[in-house]
Structures are given as structure tokens and as C-alpha cells.
Design a protein around this ligand. Structure first.
Ligand code: HEM
Length: 423
């Protein structure tokens, strides 16, 4: 039965479905973690897209695997991240877990709250504002790569993929870079709040602990910054709070933590996965060396081919039909970004890593009103990091047999030791 890695044999079907050899959800129970899919989720996703593109799971959440269906939910249908009465949807962005109200981060709010929160910080993330940070990014990349090239080796995660985005988001927000070690751990653990409904008591306690540490840390930082406001992002948000009713103290705290968390672990994953693919496909690296300008399309291909975030979620605000099946109003729907990005109906030869692919309208950043606010920042950082890594080497030699995966909620390698030959 299994042509997929991560076969359903590892997920026994419930005894309650004897008449049907495979339930429509293919035995892939969303309550169970799937570490087996980290290595290469593509075969499994191709299978789900072809045999169960619209499936209802045993806990009432529906999942969509086709690009067109995901786009329809993100851009066309009435949908939000909460139910129509404003309550959090099932397993929707930390809805049913530690934060009873469903969380105050912009990604956990529907308009008009979402619009207000996003607008407060959106100026800092426009393409123009982000270009301002490119020279600084180049400087950091150079500081990280120069000693690695001299040594002839680089542990890509610890030596490039992690320090670059964390340093930059700290500088943008006005968070002391020397505290990075502290909140790298807290955010990696705390971000699992997004799947709080599926965690054991012990795991929930761990998430709670990490979030309390983050809250204490940011409360102290905000209190200190109030006396010396600058033009960093934290100061912009503090001013909005002090100037009246635009941002409550709780919202200020949550947006600060949320931006920091959203701002680096994802990009760490993208840079790491991208470096892994350039090492795995030396022809792509050679092509980029010959055409340095292709870095822009190359980064889009990294996002499509192996983006760090597998799915996003919405709650339908009206019943909708997909493939002859009606998903009821108020249902939580999981949209597979990974599967959409390998959908042959949209991407020719989808399992090929093609750094000049154009057009490439992948869904790695989601879509609609919640489309990733940090997309330009993530792109710019990755262009600088991978562009320099490839241009300044003539060989990237993986020194691992299998990738080890980190504890992140996202797809982030734990370490990627590589040998480098300087160009
Ligand atoms: C490779 C890096 C990144 C990826 C793949 C990524 C992906 C995503 C995805 C899939 C969403 C949900 C979109 C939706 O549901 O439609 C999202 C939202 C968001 N991302 Fe990113 N992200 C990345 C980097 C960043 C960075 C660097 C920041 C900067 C702070 C950031 C800030 C945000 C914020 C604030 C939201 C919520 C936006 C809203 O609700 O309006 N992200 N991101």
C-alpha cells in the first residue's frame, strides 16, 4: 500500500472503520507527530494530493492538498483565523490551548483587529525599508563566512543560518543581541503553542515555561526602553501604545514576542534548507555561480522546493464545496503549503530544483490578508546568505549522511556540517 515514505502502516487505522480499507484521511492522524516526514515529505504529499486531496480527519479538521483549493481559501472564500463569533477555531493558531482567548498576535486575529495590529508595524517591512538593511546584512554574512572559508569548513546552521536572521531581527527590533542564546531556546519551545491542542501535559508545561520567560524578558525590556525611545521597532510599538488606544499593553507584549519568534526560526530553516539543496545539487550551484543575478529566482525556488512551514490554517466563514464534498461553515481547514508547492497542476516538473523557475507563485508565505509580513526580509537575508555562500565557494561538500532535524515546530535542520572550497 505504501509508495510513500512515512507510510500509513506506521499509523494504524481505527478499528471503527472495518468496511473501508483506508479512511479518506489515509490513516494520517493530525494528532500524531510525523517526524518520518521531515526527511522528504514530497512522496507522501503527492500521494495525499492524488488520493485524498480533500479530507476530513477524525477530529473534524479538514485538510486541503491542492494548490487551487488552498488558494481559494486564502484569497476568495469568506474565511478567517477565528470563527464568525470571534472565538478561536479548533486547533487554529494556539486557539484551544494555553491562550484561552486564542492569542493576540496579529496572525491569531481577524480584521478589524488584525488590520490595526499589522498596520502598526507594516512600514518597517516594505521592500524599501528592507533594502535599507541589505548592506548591514552583507556585512554580517561576510563576518560569518570569512573565517569559515579560511578554515575550509562550516556548520551551516550554527555558523550562518541561525546567527544572521537572529542578529538582524534583534537589530531591527532593538533587542540586545547578546541575549540571543536565551530567546533562541525560549522561542523554539514557545512557538509550539501553535499546536497546543495536541500536546501532552508535560509538553504544555514546557511551552508555558518558555512563554513566561519570554514575557518576563520583554516586559523588562519594554519598561527600560520607555525611558529612551529610538527609531527601532520596539520603540515604534511603545509609542503606539502610549499615544492612546492603538495598542494595549498586552498587545504590545505579544506583538514583540511574536515578531521576534516569526522573524528568525523560519528564516533559519530557509537558509539551512537552501544550503542543503545547493550542496545536494552541485549543478544548481554551478549555474548560480555562472549567473549571479539568478539569486532572486533561486531563493523563490528554495521557498517552493523546501520551505520551512508545511501548512497554514483558516476557519471557513461559509460552507464551501471542494471536489464534490461540502465543508461546513465554522470548520477549521488546514492548507498544505508544501503539497501546493509541489502540485504538478501548477508547477512543471515539480520535484526538480530549478533555480531559474519563472513564474514561481509558490505559497510558502501563505496568502490573503495574513500573507507573511516578513517575506521581503526573509528573501533579502536568504539572497545575501546563499548568494555569498555559493559565490565564494567552488565546492560545498556535505559532511553528513542524513540530516538531523531540530526541535522546531518548522522544518529546520539541527546541524549541517559542510566542507568548503574557497572560490
Ligand atoms: C523563510 C522565512 C519565512 C516563512 C517561510 C514565513 C512564512 C509565513 C507564513 C506561512 C505565514 C502565515 C501566512 C498565512 O497564513 O497566510 C506567516 C505569517 C507571518 N510572518 Fe512569516 N515567514 C517567514 C519569515 C518571516 C520573517 C523574517 C518575519 C519578520 C518578522 C515574519 C513575520 C510574519 C508575521 C508578522 C506573520 C503574520 C502576518 C499576519 O497575520 O498578517 N515572517 N509567515
Amino acid at each position: 500500500m505504501s509508495e510513500a515514505s512515512g507510510s500509513p502502516e506506521t499509523h494504524p487505522q481505527p478499528a471503527s472503520a472495518p468496511a473501508e480499507p483506508e479512511p479518506s484521511w489515509q490513516g494520517d492522524d493530525p494528532r500524531e507527530p510525523r517526524p518520518d516526514l521531515l526527511e522528504d515529505p514530497a512522496p507522501w504529499l503527492h500521494r495525499m494530493r492524488s488520493v485524498a486531496p480533500v479530507n476530513e480527519t477524525p477530529i473534524g479538521i479538514w485538510r486541503l492538498y491542492r494548490y487551487a483549493d488552498c488558494m481559494r481559501v486564502l484569497r476568495e472564500l469568506p474565511a478567517g483565523v477565528r470563527r464568525t463569533d470571534g472565538s478561536p477555531g479548533q486547533a487554529a493558531m494556539g486557539g484551544g490551548g494555553l491562550s484561552g482567548e486564542g492569542g493576540q498576535f496579529m496572525l491569531q486575529q481577524d480584521p478589524p483587529n488584525h488590520t490595526r495590529l499589522r498596520k502598526l508595524v507594516s512600514k518597517a517591512f516594505t521592500p524599501r525599508a528592507i533594502e535599507h538593511w541589505r548592506p548591514r546584512t552583507r556585512e554580517i554574512v561576510d563576518e560569518l563566512l570569512t573565517p569559515a572559508l579560511e578554515a575550509g569548513e562550516l556548520e551551516v546552521m550554527g555558523g550562518l543560518a541561525l546567527p544572521l536572521p537572529s542578529q538582524l531581527i534583534c537589530e531591527m527590533m532593538g533587542v540586545p543581541v547578546e541575549d540571543r542564546k536565551l530567546f533562541t531556546d525560549w522561542t523554539t519551545r514557545g512557538i509550539h503553542i501553535l499546536r497546543a491542542e495536541f500536546l501532552s501535559e508535560e509538553e504544555r508545561a514546557d511551552v508555558q515555561d518558555a512563554i513566561l520567560h519570554l514575557a518576563d524578558y520583554f516586559n523588562a525590556l519594554i519598561a527600560k526602553r520607555r525611558n529612551s525611545l529610538t527609531d527601532d521597532l520596539l520603540s515604534v510599538m511603545i509609542r503606539a501604545e502610549e499615544e492612546g488606544d492603538r495598542l494595549s499593553p498586552d498587545e504590545l507584549l505579544v506583538q514583540s514576542i511574536g515578531l521576534l519568534a516569526a522573524g528568525f526560526e523560519t528564516t533559519v530553516g530557509l537558509i539551512g534548507l537552501g544550503a542543503k539543496n545547493f550542496a545536494r545539487f552541485p549543478d544548481a550551484a554551478a549555474q548560480l555561480r555562472a549567473e549571479p543575478g539568478a539569486i532572486t529566482t533561486a531563493v523563490e525556488e528554495c521557498l517552493r522546493f523546501e520551505g520551512p512551514i508545511g501548512m497554514t490554517t483558516r476557519v471557513l466563514h461559509a460552507a464551501a464545496e471542494f471536489d464534490g464534498r461540502v465543508i461546513p461553515k465554522e470548520t477549521t481547514v488546514w492548507l498544505s503549503l508544501w503539497s501546493s508547492n509541489r502540485d504538478p497542476a501548477v508547477f512543471q516538473d515539480p520535484d526538480r530544483f530549478d533555480i531559474t523557475r519563472d513564474p514561481n507563485s509558490h505559497l510558502a508565505f501563505g496568502g490573503g490578508v495574513h500573507q507573511c509580513l516578513g517575506a521581503h526580509l526573509a528573501r533579502m537575508e536568504t539572497q545575501e546568505a546563499l548568494g555569498a555562500l555559493v559565490q565564494r565557494t567552488s565546492l560545498l561538500e556535505p559532511r553528513y549522511d542524513r540530516v538531523e532535524w531540530g526541535p522546531s515546530l518548522f522544518r529546520v535542520p539541527a546541524s549541517l556540517p559542510m566542507g568548503l572550497r574557497a572560490a
